[in-house]
Design a protein around this ligand. Structure first.
Ligand code: ADP
Ligand code: MG
Length: 765
């Protein structure tokens, strides 16, 4: 039961006020076919829209089921349109991107009716209007009459009590008009149909009540409602559109604009591509650095040498005590006490300390190397004549020895054996060549070769080095000792040690060349043996007692530290039992390196400053530097790429706004079918959601594809394999960010869409 009480409506355009309805009072029966007849501009459409809840009256009252609509909220109007009203428009107003079936289902979709029931009902009404064979066609594949039948089917589908038709045959030829009119008349048997027309013939032929309007007023009513007539009521169900329906609706719309959607998604995916590539790269680099740190840098031994730089903490502490500011802006120089030695610490590598190192956890260490300053007295037959070989500038030194006799030696772990075998006795040495199998000519001379040609491994393995003990090497001349000159007999001496090269090794290509230097390597056993014999030699004994260098006559001032050190150096050179000049500790891996460092730190606890032993952890120095740089680069690049994300966010906003303009009509239709403002927002949010998701997926997929060329380029440049690795978590986060950002970008356009006046929206083409 529907009643209009003194309804007034006016439009204001600028200063001009158009009174479209000037107080219309009408009552309708539950079932009748009413024709609203009147000239153009008389207010028929306005009246119809007010009855249908598309527009709201300024004054008066619209009474539905004895209930005033004055207190109706938007929500109530939406439900009212959805359940009680079926609209039929002159220009059909079908949603063009949806097929006939979906168009007819739309009202039911909005009221949350299940898909199965929806479809059954829609087919039923389509059958009724004679279109059951066309249900999968799009509106533009139908004739005008057929489209109007679809509109009628849609109006009927949700079984409303009132059908409002605004010039339904206005765009049709007379024959088709008659068919449509018959259909509407049929419907009017059990519904209230209010039809606007300016064609009085049609009104007279089909309607059972004709209301004439002029200038916003009713001028006649052929069959007014009488008070005693029966009075029945309508029921109103609330409408709601869930997100999946909105998604479905937008998917349909997007399907008609595949190209544009893909292009938009691709453009806005560029930021995602950038960020995910950068993250993949930094990911991979960090992993490489980790690997480097764990496997390669740990191959760098911890060094304990007689002189060591103090650690950073200690240095800053010292600096802070001076009260002089850093980088002063002054034009004078400040004298300071022993600036050079301030940060240099003399490690006293006592027997105690050597014992402490010997007691290190054997499982953490694959080798220890004690390097003494002793020089080797080497003779070699070069081109048939015996020569003394000066070794001072050659890398002839000890290789690390294993603490566990059953464990592999460091050399076996880190070197490839190119020829021969590993040494097993103290007379056996190995030759290390560089990555190009090169060895310096000076070192080759030690082995007796003076050729520019390549030398076969076998020839090298057959070579030998004559090592002369001090007692034989030096002859006494009063207070001095000089090397003997009769080299041939010295060469034949029976006490000489004959060193044999038993193996040729090369650093494995996993390790950077800093891990080792080409040279001749002998065992700690040989070193210890030589020291044990040489320290008893006459020259060492004489040097111990002398305050001058017994080989050169140079005086030592033994009252000074420098003098004492100089004498100590000569003794070390001659093979006396002095402190080692360097201890190398080779950790097993990264974790054991940490353990060793802890062990070395423990030694220093509660020690006086001068008794502390400082070590150099080379691996730590290198790795902390590289990973810090990596982090900084990543932050900078990600920031740059983020800008492109923001840009794409704005772009999405613009594209959504265009889409809102394009879909204005659809918004109007949906509103006329009872969609709430919220639902309209959902439709657009669903659209941006799809674009955001697509662009995220495209971005991640493209970035993933780009990893392959990136990695192969990096392999060319750096020899590192699979540097760029995509973290799946990053991928998911980036897709989420893409969705959220596009949603934000589309929010304002979606809001604009939802605020559109349904009547104006319906009028746009
Ligand atoms: P009809 O359907 O009888 O031709 P309408 O109800 O569409 O007439 O319009 C009645 C009057 O109100 C007309 O003068 C029209 O120009 C005016 N009008 C209708 N809608 C608007 C609007 N949104 N803004 C301004 N004027 C309007
Ligand atoms: Mg009109």
């Amino acid at each position: 039961m529907l009643e209009l009480k003194n309804i007034k409506k006016s439009y204001k355009t600028g200063d001009f006020i158009q009174h479209a309805l000037k107080g219309v009072s009408l009552k309708f029966r539950k079932k009748e076919f009413v024709a609203l007849l009147g000239p153009s501009g008389s207010g028929k459409t306005t009246l119809l829209n007010i009855i249908g809840g598309l527009e709201h009256y300024d004054e008066g009252n619209l009474i539905i089921n004895q209930k005033s609509t004055k207190k109706f909220k938007n929500r109530d109007w939406d439900s009212y349109r959805n359940n009680c009203i079926g609209f039929i428009f002159q220009n059909y107003n079908l949603i063009s991107h949806m097929d006939i079936l979906s168009n007819v289902e739309m009202g039911m979709t909005l009221s949350g009716i299940k898909a199965k029931n929806r479809k059954r009902k829609a087919i039923e009404v389509l059958k009724k209007v004679g279109l059951k064979d066309h249900i999968h066609k799009k509106p533009n594949q139908l004739s005008g009459g057929q489209m109007q039948r679809v509109a009628i089917a849609r109006a009927l589908a949700n079984n409303p009590d009132i059908i409002l038709a605004d010039e339904p045959t206005g765009a049709l030829d007379s024959k088709t008009s008659m068919q449509i009119m018959n259909l509407i008349k049929e419907i009017a048997k059990d519904k209230l149909v209010i039809m606007v027309t300016h064609n009085s013939d049609l009104a007279n032929t089909y309607a059972n009540r004709i209301i004439k309007m002029q200038d916003g007023e009713i001028i006649s009513d052929s069959n007014p409602f009488k008070e005693k007539e029966e009075d029945e009521s309508y029921q109103i169900r609330k409408t709601k559109m869930n997100f999946f329906i909105a998604l479905h609706l937008s998917l349909n719309n997007i399907r008609t604009k595949k190209g544009r959607t893909l292009l938009t998604a691709f453009a806005s995916s560029i930021g995602i591509i950038g960020i995910s590539l950068i993250l993949s790269l930094s990911n991979g680099f960090n992993e490489q650095i980790d690997f480097f740190e764990k496997n390669i840098l740990s191959a760098l031994p911890i060094l304990i040498s007689k002189q060591s730089n103090l650690d950073e903490d200690f240095m800053t502490m010292q600096e802070d005590m001076t009260n002089i500011e850093d980088y002063p802006d002054v034009d004078y120089v400040i004298p300071s006490d022993n600036t050079e030695e301030k940060y240099i610490h003399s490690n006293v590598l006592t027997n105690d300390y050597v014992n402490y190192i010997d007691n290190i956890n054997k499982d953490d260490v694959i080798g220890i190397n004690y390097i003494y300053p002793m020089s080797l007295n080497i003779l070699q037959k070069v081109n048939g004549s015996v020569k003394q070989i000066p070794t001072a500038n050659l890398n002839i030194t000890t290789y690390p020895h294993s603490l566990n006799s059953n464990k592999k030696m460091v050399i076996e772990e880190r070197f490839d054996l190119l020829a021969g075998r590993m040494p097993t006795s103290k007379e056996e040495v190995i030759l290390e060549v560089d990555s190009k199998n090169q060895i310096s000519k000076d070192l080759l001379e030690v082995l007796g070769f003076t050729t520019n040609n390549n030398i076969n491994f076998n020839d090298i393995l057959n070579s030998q080095i004559i090592l002369v003990l001090n007692k034989d090497y030096y002859e006494n001349l009063g207070n001095y000792y000089i090397p003997r000159q009769d080299l041939n007999s010295l060469y034949e001496n029976n006490d000489n040690l004959i060193l044999k090269v038993v193996g040729i090794v090369r650093l494995k290509d996993d390790y950077p060349s800093i891990v080792s230097t080409p040279g001749i390597y002998y065992s700690n056993d040989l070193q210890n043996y030589l020291i044990s014999i040489n320290k008893e030699s006459d020259i060492v004994k004489a040097q111990k007692d002398a305050d001058y260098n017994v080989m050169t006559g140079e005086k030592f001032d033994l009252t000074t530290k420098e003098g004492k050190d100089a004498k100590e150096n000569v003794l070390g050179y001659l093979g006396d039992d002095v402190e080692p000049s360097m201890i190398e500790i080779h950790p097993k891996d990264f974790t054991s390196k940490e353990n060793i460092v802890k062990y070395l730190d423990e030694y220093n606890e509660n020690k006086n400053e001068e008794d502390k032993i400082f070590y150099v952890d080379q691996a730590n120095l290198m790795s902390s530097l590289s990973s810090n740089i990596m982090d900084a680069i990543t932050i900078v690049l990600v920031t740059f790429s983020s800008i492109s994300l923001i840009v794409s966010c704005i772009m999405i906003g613009i594209i959504m706004y265009i889409s809102v303009l394009e879909r204005t009509k659809e918004i109007g239709i949906l509103r006329s079918l009872g969609a709430r403002k919220k639902d309209i927002m959902r439709v657009f949010n669903a659209q941006t959601f799809i674009i955001g998701l697509t662009s995220g997926l495209i971005g991640i997929f493209t970035a993933w594809l780009l990893l392959f060329p990136t990695n192969s380029i990096l392999k060319e440049l750096t020899e590192l394999e699979n540097v760029a690795i995509m973290n799946p978590l990053h991928a998911i986060i980036l897709i989420t960010i893409s969705v959220i950002l596009t949603l934000i970008g589309g929010l304002i356009p979606a809001k604009i869409a939802s605020k559109k006046d349904p009547v104006i929206a319906l009028r746009t083409e």
